[in-house]
Design a protein around this ligand. Structure first.
Ligand SMILES: [Zn+2]
Length: 377
């Protein structure tokens, strides 16, 4: 594979700015305090700089990252090793990732600082969120047979990966794949990831919707609306959202109740009843006889899967559901612009770290931009 062309100097300046941000500087400090147990030498700041460079330059491997930094003088200066002989080795990068896995709470705290700082810059961040899962095919073969009609595979190179289903995107059809899924909550207005987790591919996505929403709230966000696709159309998701003071926007699957029309507005001899507003505290929506001749002329219907507080037929619901594209676009961005995929690591803990570092860089750059150009109040 060809070595990537050397990017302009501004990207090196970007990395220097990220390393100097208080959020990442603190990560460097706390990691340094744990003491470097491996071979002595590379400073933690340079190692964090390597990790940022890997995502920023969309590089799938440490080998290519080390090669890029080695031939890029400005980048070497940015991470603090101007002499090319001092550039961290590929093995040092692997030892660093092992250290990060061991000290995961320190990285988690850095991600918490990052989302909090973004929230400070963008006060409305996370008030409307979109949740979805995206496929991350494993770096390994999951076929059960070594070849067609051949013997069964005895060992799998990535035993944590499993077979799961992915939905269609523009470039390929839906189908099964072997690997992992990134489940994430993004801010529907900015696309920024607010909470995420990597799980094995076969795990059902609706299982993680509430833990993710809780993680978003634990980071200080107050999501009022959550937009999800049909894969999350389960009673427990609706109830969980409302219990968290968040209105779910989810299309209905064709279940027997839906086929029987139980999701439709009430009707009377005067016609179909109209929506007359919802009360969040009451967790119910008011519906009214179209002519007001019924007695009573209106009644409350409690929030449920079939009758949501933002009713599916309304213009507001349709407008909100269109924001679901934000999470799909973010999945694409992380994969194509920040090197989230293709995976070049095996085992779920390594895939999780890879996702964390990718999103850390993505958020750090967004924060840097937000600070440089404060949004108009
Ligand atoms: Zn009526």
């Amino acid at each position: 594979m060809a070595v990537p062309t050397v990017p302009p100097r501004s990207d090196a300046e970007q990395i220097a700015a990220l390393l100097d941000s208080p959020e990442i500087d603190q990560l460097v400090t706390v990691l340094a305090a744990t003491r470097w147990t491996g071979r002595p030498g590379y400073p933690i700041r340079a190692m964090v700089g390597m990790a940022l460079a890997k995502s920023l330059y969309t590089l799938p491997t440490w080998t290519r990252t080390v090669a890029l930094v080695g031939e890029h003088a400005a980048l070497r200066v940015a991470i603090g090793c101007p002499d090319s002989a001092d550039v961290p080795s590929v093995h040092a990068c692997y030892r660093f990732t092992a250290k990060l896995r061991k000290f995961k709470p320190l990285l988690d705290a850095c991600l918490d600082r990052m989302t909090a700082a973004l929230h400070e810059q963008i006060p409305e961040l996370g008030s409307t969120v979109a949740i979805d899962a995206s496929d991350l095919p494993a770096y390994g073969n999951g076929q059960r047979y070594l070849y067609k009609g051949g013997p069964e595979r005895k060992t799998y190179s990535d035993p944590d990966a499993t077979w799961g289903h992915r939905s269609a995107v523009s470039t390929r059809a839906a189908g099964s794949f072997y690997g992992y899924k990134l489940h994430q909550v993004v801010c529907a207005d900015t696309g920024l990831p607010l909470a995420w987790r990597v799980e094995t591919a076969k795990a059902s996505e609706s299982t993680f919707a509430m833990p993710l929403l809780d993680a978003v709230k634990a980071r200080g966000f107050r999501p009022e609306i959550a937009i999800l696709d049909m894969g999350y159309d389960h009673t427990h998701v609706y109830e969980g959202c409302e219990q968290r003071d968040c209105h779910p926007i989810i299309p209905l699957r064709e279940t027997p109740a839906v086929k029987a029309g139980k999701h439709k507005p009430p009707v009377c001899e005067h016609g179909e009843w109209t929506f007359a507003g919802a009360e969040t505290k009451r967790r119910a929506a008011k519906w009214r006889c179209p002519t007001g001749e019924c007695s009573p002329a209106s009644r409350w219907i409690g929030a449920s899967r079939l009758h949501t507080l933002i009713p599916r037929g309304t213009a507001r619901w349709k407008k909100l559901y269109r924001l679901r594209g934000s999470v799909e676009r973010e999945n694409g961005r992380l994969k194509n612009e920040w090197a989230l995929s293709p995976l070049r690591v095996r085992r779920i803990e390594r895939v999780r770290l890879h996702a964390d570092l990718t999103i850390l860089t993505r958020l750090a750059v967004a924060l840097d931009k937000a600070r440089a150009v404060p949004l108009a109040a």
